[in-house]
Design a binder for this molecule. Structure first.
Ligand SMILES: [Zn+2]
Length: 717
């Protein structure tokens, strides 16, 4: 029914049979008034109240609101919204207990309905917003292109400050700052450092957005290290880390952050897959429902295994500016923010007594900030006293939370899941190389401790030592960038071998190639220096180094070791020659964080013996059975059964695996292999200068042997 005349005509058309049919009653007019989260500037006394009317057969109406004494508070034009008529007006709501009002609804000059309502003021919220751009190193563009976008965001942030002194831009990771200083003129770098020092630009202490689950602990420990170096060089500090997109981190993450001087962590995850991020219905189905940890956002102290803590805000979105219409305009921002703040189950629950929230992200992935967003945010603050919208550095939100509720916040322990790490497994061969390269890099770092003792004092020693330290910084940076969360191209899942995926993967792999080559070269040269400085018997010798903090006996591959005898303290180490000219030897009792020097001489070749077509093998306490039939049904290279017993601490433990895939790396390997035993050859005849110049020696050095071809980038991150 769109008008009264048609309604009357419809009534007249009804058949009147007998007297038993009742005329349908006109639908009642329902008047609703709902305060929003929006309060008017300048003092925040007036609340923007929404008036909604249903059941009224009119295209428009007017609501008159009067207080208890009959004084007119205001009027609102009511327009059709689909479900009825609605409009908004400012209503004074300064008392916490609220107040009573009379709402009269008029069509033309005729009053068609009225209602008395009691309105109570919602919380006066403060919304902190970290204006930042999410960093995908590659993914939306090749590496240099994507970093240039972040540098341009910093250019714009510095240029904007004089006219918009309260708008804080935050570099989502330290890579932005370091890349900026390296690629812009020195004056621009100094301007950036000054703005950070003055609190005008926010920083995050993490180098990039890492996959913590694939990092060796030394690489993991260096997640904040580049930011620390940058801060020291420029006289800056940091308190907070921002982490977006990656669904979860390992349980030692808070320990690492706290030990690195980070007190606050703002994480905003991508909830595409992660058990605790399931919808309530899915969580119940997975028997994971009912706990506070299935709902987001969360605010808690995250405690590591050693008891150290970071204050953690964990949300399930990371492009909030766009989500809340910051690119649309203040009215739309107000509507979306108000709906979120007043209806989100977390904010309604008694477990959320706070009146502050944190949003993050101002653009899409690797996006440039749209300057209209700045104008919209400023106009929003001119209109609305609350929600107080603060473009803030991350620590400004956390400092307020800690000051007001620090002792009452819940404490949580454990990891938040390493769900995104499965993307890295799509390139298993490189992941294996990455693990090996990280171990070699750690060995290189440890070997550098001997630098002062082993560097020849022939002039230029300090410069050579510093040069190597600089190469190691680059090495760690490459390794951190390979462990960064982007893996391939957006099209990688559907088309892993496509041109875009291949190009992205080529760029990604360069970090691994560079880091691994630098680590190999550093280890080889360092072992050579040790060998030369120990002197020995004067003949050919090899140095075996143990980078672990415990003494080790292990199998070591010796480059160019075929037909060479290695003797330590009069004892020859068992060896078997490989077709590539190297040899596998059993190294015995190499001291923790130390090395042994072995005399090297010729011996008769000892190639592997062919035991015939056996499908079983015994090695030490381990027994392996291959089943070709079952292997063909699953995947080639599958060990069908492996069992073993090994000595534990005063007892014997045993374990059995079935159908374990032979892979370059795996959880079992990670748990038991904690450091390489690099081996290097040194002879008095070899020129020292070659190693000192940093050229990778062809023979010495320990290198992983994992090689296989896999489709790159079959998972986007
Ligand atoms: Zn990302």
């Amino acid at each position: 029914m769109t008008d009264r005349r048609r309604f009357v005509a419809w009534l007249g058309s009804l058949p009147l049979v007998g007297g038993h049919h009742r005329l349908p009653a006109a639908p009642p007019i329902v008047i609703d008034a709902t305060p929003t989260a929006l309060y008017q500037q300048p003092d925040g006394r007036n609340n923007l109240v929404r008036v909604a009317v249903s059941g009224l057969d009119a295209p428009a109406a007017r609501a008159r609101v009067t207080d208890r004494r009959g004084t007119l508070v205001g009027t609102a034009g009511l327009l059709a919204t689909g479900a009825g008529l609605a409009g908004e007006l400012w209503v004074p709501l300064s008392r916490a207990s609220g107040a009573e009002f009379q709402i009269d609804v008029e069509v033309g000059k005729q009053r068609v309905g009225s209602r008395r309502v009691r309105l109570t003021p919602p919380r006066r919220w403060t919304v902190y917003w970290i204006a930042s751009s999410h960093t995908d190193v590659r993914l939306t563009a090749l590496q240099e292109d994507s970093l240039e976008l972040h540098r341009r965001n910093l250019d714009a942030a510095l240029a904007r400050l004089p006219a918009h002194p309260d708008f804080r831009w935050t570099a989502e990771c330290a890579l932005h700052l370091i890349s900026y200083v390296e690629n812009r003129a020195p004056a621009a770098g100094e301007a950036l450092a000054r703005a950070i020092r003055d609190g005008k630009i926010g920083v995050s202490a993490l180098f990039a957005q890492p996959l913590t689950g694939i990092l060796d602990h030394e690489t993991f420990a260096r997640l904040v290290w580049p930011a620390g170096l940058f801060a020291r060089e420029h006289g800056l500090g940091y308190q907070a880390a921002q982490l977006a997109d990656v669904p979860g981190q390992s349980l030692t993450f808070p320990t690492l952050l706290a030990a690195s001087g980070v007190r606050y962590l703002a994480s905003a995850v991508n909830p595409e897959r992660a058990a605790p991020l399931l919808s309530p219905a899915d969580a119940v189905r997975a028997q994971l429902g009912g706990g506070e940890w299935t709902t987001y956002p969360q605010l808690y102290w995250w405690e590591g295994p050693d008891g150290s803590r970071v204050l953690h805000w964990r949300a399930d979105q990371y492009a909030d500016g766009l989500r809340f219409g910051f690119d649309v305009g203040p009215a739309e921002m107000g509507r979306r923010l108000s709906d979120w703040l007043l209806t989100h189950p977390v904010f309604l629950s008694p477990g959320y007594p706070y009146d502050v929230v944190l949003l993050s992200g101002a653009t899409g992935d690797n996006g440039l900030l749209d300057e209209r967003v700045v104008a919209n945010v400023e106009e929003f603050s001119r209109r609305f006293a609350y929600p107080r919208l603060v473009t803030a550095r991350p620590e400004e939100f956390f400092r307020e939370v800690e000051r007001r509720w620090g002792t009452k916040l819940p404490v949580r322990r454990g990891d938040t899941g390493c769900y995104r790490e499965d993307g890295a497994a799509s390139t298993a061969a490189e992941l294996g190389r990455y693990r090996a390269a990280q171990l070699v890099a750690r060995a290189a770092q440890l070997l550098a401790l001997w630098d002062e003792k082993t560097e020849p004092r022939d002039g230029g020693a300090a410069e050579r030592i510093e040069q190597r330290a600089s190469e190691r910084r680059k090495m760690w940076r490459d390794l951190l960038l390979f462990g960064e969360h982007t893996w391939g191209a957006p099209a990688g899942e559907a088309d892993p071998d496509g041109a875009e995926g291949a190009a992205q993967w080529h760029h990604k792999r360069r970090f691994l190639d560079g880091g691994a080559a630098a680590a190999d070269a550093q280890v080889a040269a360092a072992l050579l220096r040790i060998g030369l400085s120990t002197g020995g018997s004067g003949g050919p010798a090899r140095v075996v180094f143990n980078a672990s903090s415990w003494a080790r006996s292990d199998v070591v591959q010796v480059p160019h070791g075929a037909a060479r005898r290695l003797v330590q303290d009069g004892r020859e180490w068992p060896a078997v020659d490989l077709p590539d000219g190297s040899a596998l030897i059993v190294a015995r009792d190499v001291p923790a964080l130390g090395y042994l020097v072995l005399a090297e001489s010729e011996r008769a070749p000892n190639p592997p013996r062919d035991d015939g077509a056996t499908l079983e093998a015994q090695a030490g306490g381990f027994h392996v059975v291959l089943d070709p039939a079952r292997s063909a049904r699953s995947r080639p290279g599958t060990v069908w059964s492996a069992s073993g017993r090994r000595a534990g601490r005063g007892s014997t433990s045993s374990c059995t695996w079935r159908a374990a895939r032979i892979a370059p790396c795996g959880r079992a390997e990670r748990a038991t292999s904690c450091g390489p035993l690099p081996i290097s050859r040194c002879t008095r005849r070899r020129s020292y200068r070659r190693a000192a110049s940093g050229s990778p020696a062809s023979g010495p050095g320990w290198s992983p042997s994992a090689r296989s071809k896999v489709a790159p980038g079959s998972r986007r991150s």
